[in-house]
Each structure stands twice: as structure tokens, then as C-alpha cells.
Design a protein around this ligand. Sequence first.
Ligand SMILES: Cc1cc2nc3c(=O)[nH]c(=O)nc-3n(C[C@H](O)[C@H](O)[C@H](O)COP(=O)(O)OP(=O)(O)OC[C@H]3O[C@@H](n4cnc5c(N)ncnc54)[C@H](O)[C@@H]3O)c2cc1C
Ligand SMILES: *[C@@H]1O[C@H](CO)[C@@H](O)[C@H](O)[C@H]1NC(C)=O
Ligand SMILES: *[C@@H]1O[C@H](CO)[C@@H](O)[C@H](O)[C@H]1NC(C)=O
Ligand SMILES: *[C@@H]1O[C@H](CO)[C@@H](O)[C@H](O)[C@H]1NC(C)=O
Ligand SMILES: *[C@@H]1O[C@H](CO)[C@@H](O)[C@H](O)[C@H]1NC(C)=O
Ligand SMILES: *[C@@H]1O[C@H](CO)[C@@H](O)[C@H](O)[C@H]1NC(C)=O
Ligand SMILES: *[C@@H]1O[C@H](CO)[C@@H](O)[C@H](O)[C@H]1NC(C)=O
Ligand SMILES: *[C@@H]1O[C@H](CO)[C@@H](O)[C@H](O)[C@H]1NC(C)=O
Ligand SMILES: *[C@@H]1O[C@H](CO)[C@@H](O)[C@H](O)[C@H]1NC(C)=O
Ligand SMILES: *[C@@H]1O[C@H](CO)[C@@H](O)[C@H](O)[C@H]1NC(C)=O
Length: 638
Amino acid sequence: MKSSSLPMFHAWFLTTILVSGLAQSTSLYTDPRDVPMKEYDFIVVGAGTAGNVIATRLSEDPTKSVLVIETGIDDTDVLPVHVPFFGFNNEGSIVDWNFTTVPQKELNNRTISVPRGFVLGGSSSINLMIWTRGSRDLWDHYAKVTGDSSWSWDALEKYWDNASTYLDSTISTLVPPTSNPAIPPTPRSDPTLSNGNGPVLVTRPNFPTELDDKVINASMLLQQKNPHSRFKDTVDMNTGGSIGFGYNKETTGHGERSSSATAYLHPALNSQRRNLNVLIQTRAMRLLQSTNTPSNSTTSNDHSSVPHFNQVEVAQSIDGLWVSAGLRFKFSARSEIILCSGAIGTPQLLLLSGVGPKDELKELGIDVVADRPAVGKNLCDHPMLLTMYNVNSNQTFDDLTRNPALQEPLLEQWQSNRTGLFPNTPSSVLGFMRLPDDQLKGVQDSASGPHAPHLEMLFADGFLPLTEPLPANGHFITVLNAIVAPKSVGSLILASAHGGMFTHPFIDYNIYADPFDIQAMLQAINDTETFLSTAPWTRDNFIISVAGRNSTSIGTKEEKLAFMKDNTITVFHPIGTARMGSKEEDVTDSRLLVQGLKGVRVVDASVFPTLPECHPQAVVYTLAERAADIIKENHRML
Ligand SMILES: Cc1cc2nc3c(=O)[nH]c(=O)nc-3n(C[C@H](O)[C@H](O)[C@H](O)COP(=O)(O)OP(=O)(O)OC[C@H]3O[C@@H](n4cnc5c(N)ncnc54)[C@H](O)[C@@H]3O)c2cc1C
Ligand SMILES: *[C@@H]1O[C@H](CO)[C@@H](O)[C@H](O)[C@H]1NC(C)=O
Ligand SMILES: *[C@@H]1O[C@H](CO)[C@@H](O)[C@H](O)[C@H]1NC(C)=O
Ligand SMILES: *[C@@H]1O[C@H](CO)[C@@H](O)[C@H](O)[C@H]1NC(C)=O
Ligand SMILES: *[C@@H]1O[C@H](CO)[C@@H](O)[C@H](O)[C@H]1NC(C)=O
Ligand SMILES: *[C@@H]1O[C@H](CO)[C@@H](O)[C@H](O)[C@H]1NC(C)=O
Ligand SMILES: *[C@@H]1O[C@H](CO)[C@@H](O)[C@H](O)[C@H]1NC(C)=O
Ligand SMILES: *[C@@H]1O[C@H](CO)[C@@H](O)[C@H](O)[C@H]1NC(C)=O
Ligand SMILES: *[C@@H]1O[C@H](CO)[C@@H](O)[C@H](O)[C@H]1NC(C)=O
Ligand SMILES: *[C@@H]1O[C@H](CO)[C@@H](O)[C@H](O)[C@H]1NC(C)=O
């Protein structure tokens, strides 16, 4: 039993056209033999969300050379990456690694998909563009866990500002199309929140759907009825307290997706930075200690016996199970290797380099360089349940999803002037909630603090075919319930040493292993039923029934438990596999250096010690801006 991911817009899937008009940069290489140098000051592994921030910031210093190695393809000509409404179409396509989990015991042994960007921009090029910053409590918790106050919310304010710029849609060039009969848009934003001055563009949704008002009004009504209600309205969820229902902000600007590739990397390459070289379609296979670095120095330096990685071995293809040695190339780093390969790629690369739990490595025949038991452990993601409802409306996206002919004029419109439906993502409203106090009595709170949520509710004005195919008839909405502070923790281990980075690892989220998470999801289902029984939804009998059922309710507790097992996936937010912390057993220290090694830093979602209770890309960008500053400080850079 495998949950299928069905692309919504088959017609455009294989179409690639030049969308951004970017000139092909001369510093973008597809063959390792063409790369001008063998040695760089810094090597960044992975041109993903964090990697492009690091590469761009470090190469601001013209005296330092930076090589970026990315296994994925150039994003420039991949249309579905750039059209925001196609946000869901990239999963399972040429820009996805296509990982899956091992069978999940509590999900009837279903395997679920683990999409990860295989493209410049990494997952920021294929994600759903939701821009949530998390709570003040989240960062303050990281400061506490690392014993380093420079990770606190207040200390990070300037890095948040340097990562993004919020474009109020009233000043953007976009206009909602006149043909849409829905209510006018009323997205709100806290005017006291800084708009920032960084490269990533952030916009509020500006194509109204019939759901927007219903969601906002329902949360307001529930809050008015009971001031202590767990349903709250919020004007802006990015101001430090992240709880409440409101409009999403999204990483789009001028009608296109804003990724770390379009915002950071391409502008840096196009500004002719000679010290920045990017090698794509090339996989880092492992890190090596160069033979001319004596492992036992004659100095009395305590670190003299610490393994020092200063080379990256790469390959472009695989021959059977083995990558043939003749096709491997090496690049050296004078200062540092920075791993930005993401929460799946980074631990896999460390393990293949002999850095990980020693028994696991020995069993696979990998020479142990450093026994680091936490590498690959602490893997977690947000469990997410999709419920589709039949609705009494003809305005949902379902007709569009079914009929490519209806998409054509919208795509033409997007191409001609970036207006209409397609500059928007398929979802514009969401809400975050705490669990009820009685569920937290006597147990450790899984959230970072009292202002951090446990649950999230997202809404889409159509049937999202992520767990079930779209029915041939009918109109639907999708409610997505996520546990943003789960307790279940899993792991990533190598499936084999054969094939190196070309062999998918065993990814186990261990979903619902902790009964706390099952209770939390049951609560989320109840909350959805409460939410949908308010006037904005019951008026005109808008909600007809749960798709494929007779009732607006999923049913008894037993039926809800069964429904959860059959339909839970995740929000695609894995973290934690190279966690930072203050203890010896943590993979990195608070300056993101891998403990027990010299010369290797990790900057990506794998360092988060606990799950951000939000969509994490903003957290990753902020981490990366801070990390760039740490590295510059360490090497006294400009
Ligand atoms: C489908 C999907 C939807 C999402 N929706 C949202 C959302 O709406 N909002 C939000 O905030 N977050 C969302 N996320 C999560 C968010 O995008 C990620 O948490 C974030 O982008 C992770 O950044 P990263 O730098 O850690 O890794 P990535 O951005 O994934 O970068 C890792 C890069 O390393 C490369 N790489 C890996 N191994 C190697 C190797 N051996 N050699 C060379 N290159 C390598 C990869 O190809 C990739 O480009 C979503 C994620 C997905 C997949
Ligand atoms: C992921 O799957 C799609 C569809 O089968 C395929 O086109 C793509 O090449 C795969 N991605 C990778 C990195 O192999
Ligand atoms: C899941 O697989 C395990 C191991 O194969 C098996 O013991 C268990 O019964 C299976 N569970 C279900 C619900 O099929
Ligand atoms: C943030 O950006 C501004 C303007 O580009 C720059 O002057 C400043 O040095 C940056 N700060 C950090 C911490 O990177
Ligand atoms: C390094 O030092 C250790 C302990 O002093 C010693 O056992 C080992 O043989 C030395 N290795 C090399 C390569 O000199
Ligand atoms: C949807 O369209 C059908 C067929 O045109 C019509 O009968 C029905 O009343 C419409 N429903 C709504 C809610 O507008
Ligand atoms: C955008 O282009 C469409 C045609 O594709 C046209 O109908 C519309 O008026 C244009 N809008 C603006 C603001 O130029
Ligand atoms: C959900 O609601 C049902 C019926 O209203 C109740 O019996 C059950 O305890 C609730 N479950 C949770 C987890 O709140
Ligand atoms: C939401 O509330 C506004 C203001 O009270 C009202 O004008 C609008 O009709 C309501 N919409 C829905 C769907 O309830
Ligand atoms: C709907 O309800 C009827 C009568 O209660 C029942 O016979 C039928 O099987 C139900 N259908 C579904 C899809 O649950």
C-alpha cells in the first residue's frame, strides 16, 4: 500500500520553456572537468535553500573563492518551479529526489513520499511557498538547547530582515482578475513588523477564494463566543506569537516563485562574481582527508588527532551498483567544507564519509572516521492528515485540475503579464492552535513554549490529490491537519554502502509511535469538526459531506483512528539528523561545526534540535544568514 502522488497538471508537466529570461551564466558548470580550479577556500555541498545563502554571502568577499556542488538540475527552464499555482506539481517530477519512507508501522505499513528538491534552490524551488517564521519561543528554545544566546529571537532579528523583503500586494504590479466573482481580498499584515531588506520576495495572497472569508470569520466567531477559545484570529503570524488563523504570506514576487536560486544564487552569478563557481548535475559522494595532511601533527595542539576533512569526492553517474572509480573527481577546500545537503542528504553524506554510529558503519563495511552516534538520529517531520469535503459550490479549483484546456488561458495570462490565478499558491489561509490544557497535564509539553502551537489547519479550495486521486465529478475543499509539535522521533540509516549517494537511505519518521501524537491528531479532527460547524460553513449547506462518505463527520473515535492510519502523510519538513547542541553527543556545536572533526560545518534543516512549529523555510533562511556571519567572523572575512 503506497500513497500515490498524482500530479495535478499533467499537461504542463513536461513542458519546459524559458521563464525567467536569465542569461546562462558562465560560472555554472555541468562537467567537473570544466571547473576552473581544483582548490577553493570554501566548498558548499548543496545549492539548496541554505546553501545558496551561504555561497552568496561568502562570495561577497572577493578575496575568497567558493565552489558550490549541486546534484540537481538548473531551475531556469523548469516551468512548474516558477508558476506559483503549480506548487504541488513538482513532487515526483524531474526536480524531486523521489525518496520514500520505510513502511510506517502505525500507518498500516504504508510508505509515504519524502519529496526533496533536486534542482538549484533545493526544496525552496519545489515547496508550497508558505512563509511562517515560527514563534519567539522557538528560537529562544534553540538558544537554550545550544547554550548560545545568539540563537535567540531578539538576536536573530537582523538576519530575518536580511533574508527577505515583504512586498505589500497593494504596491505590487498584480491585480486580481475581474472575472472572479469571489469576495475582495482582505489579507492583513502587522504594520509594525519590519518588511526586511533581503533577497527573498514575500507577498500576501492576492487572488481571493471563497474559503478565505469563511476561515477568517469562523475563527473570529469562535473567539468572540469564548474569549478563552483555542481558535484565535491573528492579523499576522510572523510577529513572535504564531498562534491564530489568518492569511498566509508566500515566497512569491512579481507573480513568480522566489527561491534561494532566484533570490540569491542567480543574481550573484549574473553579477559576474569571478570567485563563485557552481557545478551542477554532480553528486558529492563523500568527504575525504587529504593524504598530505598529517593526521598526527607535531604541535601540542589538542586537535591534532582530530580527523580533518578537506576534500570532496564527486561523481555524475553510477555504473551498476558501483560508481566507477574513473568517473570520480576531487575538489579541495582550504578553509572549510559546508554541508548544505538538507536533512536527508547531509546525514547520508556524513555516514558515507565514516562519520556516524560506529556499529552501523562497521556493519556496512564503512571505515569509521569519527564515532558520532547522533548522525541520522532525531529525524522528525510534521504528521499531516488530508480530509476532502464535497462542497456546494462551483468555484473550486477542481474543474481546472480536471481539464487542461481551462488551464491554457490562465498560463497564457501568467506568461504575458503575471496576472490572474497562477501567480498565487493553491492555499491562502491557515491557522495555528495550542492543544487543550487537559491534554498537556502531567506530560512534557512538546512545543517550544507557551506561545508555540501544537496543531495547524490549512485549507485549499479544491481536492488535493496527494493521498487519493481526484474523483471524476464534484467540487471539493481540502482541510489539512498537521501536528506541528509531535513527539515521535525516527531515524535515517544507510540502506547499503553500495552506490553511495546514488542509493536511497532508509528513512523512518516513526509516525504516531508516541501515543501523544495520536491523541493530538484526534483532537485536530475534532477541532476541524467544531470549526466547520460554524455559520460561515453551514450557511447555504456549503459543506455537504466528507468525500466518499455520507456524513460531514469522519465518525466514531474508532473510525477516526482508522482514517488517520489510512490517510496520514507529512508536511515534507524533515529536520534534526545532524542536530546542534551544547552536549558532546550533539552532532554540531552552536557554531554549527561538526564535533569530533576539523573543517566541516553543517548549515541546513538537519541542525534543528527540535521541529519548528511552522513551515520551516523562513527558519532555514534565518539560520543560513546567521551561519554566513559566523563563518565570516571565524575567517575574518569582509
Ligand atoms: C514539497 C515540499 C513542500 C514544502 N512546503 C513548504 C512551505 O510551504 N513552506 C515552508 O516554509 N517550507 C516548506 N517545505 C520545507 C522547506 O522547503 C525545507 O524545510 C527547506 O527548504 C529545507 O532547506 P535545506 O537547505 O535544509 O535543504 P534543501 O533546500 O532541500 O537543499 C539541499 C540541497 O542539497 C542537494 N544535495 C543533497 N545531497 C547532495 C549531494 N550529495 N551532492 C550535491 N548536492 C546534494 C539537494 O539536491 C538540494 O538542492 C516544503 C518542502 C517540500 C519538499
Ligand atoms: C523522480 O521521478 C520522476 C518521475 O518518474 C523522474 O522523472 C525523475 O527523474 C526522478 N528524479 C530523480 C532525481 O531521479
Ligand atoms: C507490518 O509489517 C510488520 C513486519 O512485516 C508485521 O509484523 C505487521 O503485522 C504489519 N502490520 C500490518 C498492519 O500489516
Ligand atoms: C544586512 O543587509 C544590509 C544591507 O544589504 C547590510 O548592510 C548588512 O551588513 C547585512 N547584515 C548582515 C548581518 O548580514
Ligand atoms: C598518531 O598518534 C597515536 C597516539 O599518539 C598513535 O597511536 C598513532 O600510531 C599515530 N598515527 C600516526 C599515523 O602517526
Ligand atoms: C453549480 O452548477 C450547477 C449546474 O450549472 C447548478 O445546477 C448549481 O446550482 C450550481 N451550484 C452552485 C452552488 O452554484
Ligand atoms: C494581462 O494579460 C491578459 C491577457 O493574457 C489581459 O487580459 C489582461 O488585461 C492583462 N492585464 C494587465 C494588468 O495588463
Ligand atoms: C472528540 O469528540 C468526541 C465527541 O464529541 C469526544 O468523545 C472525544 O473525546 C473527543 N476527542 C478528543 C481527542 O478530543
Ligand atoms: C465574513 O464577515 C464579513 C464581515 O462581517 C461579512 O461581510 C462576510 O459576508 C462574511 N463572510 C462569510 C463567508 O461569512
Ligand atoms: C450512506 O448511508 C446509507 C444509509 O445509511 C448506507 O446504506 C450507505 O452505505 C452509505 N454510503 C456510504 C458511502 O457510506
